[in-house]
Design a binder for this molecule. Sequence first.
Ligand code: C5J
Length: 226
Amino acid sequence: MQHATIEAEPTPLSIDLDKTAVVIIDMQRDFLEPGGFGAALGNDVSRLRAAVSPCREVLAAARQAGLLVIHTREGHRPDLSDAPPLKVERGNPALRIGAPGPMGRILIRGEPGHDIIPELYPIAGEPVIDKPGKGAFCQTDLELMLRNRGIETLLVCGVTTEVCVNTTVREANDRGFRCIVIADCCASYFPEFHDMGLAMIKAQGGIFGWVSASKPLLNSLAVAAR
Ligand code: C5J
């Protein structure tokens, strides 16, 4: 058993690294690059880039420490059979889920835009969870994978803070997992939603979880590795 103390809000935490996984949410071209789903919704996708470099550092440290790393991708089957019509039918028809775009059909599995950005690309052995919704536990085998490996704590990174990160953290919290959201490894198209999304997680004594940052986490992982 290898413990690490993590500086976090609302309280510092001691976690068992053997029971800890890094979960990287939806760092896909469709959300981070022009011409994808995020841009189709009218967002300035450049706002999400701030999370890439801290995520890379955490990913490298997690791999070095031998932590389980899980990646998620939001998207749908090419025939849209797993996409709720109400999700598809929103917005400009030319820019909807399944419409053709510069990175292939928007938010469709197997298309270039659906894939994870090269900087954070999974390596062999890192599970990739394809999810049809915002939460990573909804209609996926994520919970089964975590339970089979005895995971108790999730270090959560990714985009967007108030949508897929928050939804996943709430789902995880209700299932009894301890979530530590790594603030600078997350980002939103709306800075104020990023801040509020993190505030909501750590409020009321950590009602959904804890919030830390990449630097203290990297320091803790380095200490634990000695
Ligand atoms: C959104 C996500 N923003 N990954 N998805 O629709 O947060």
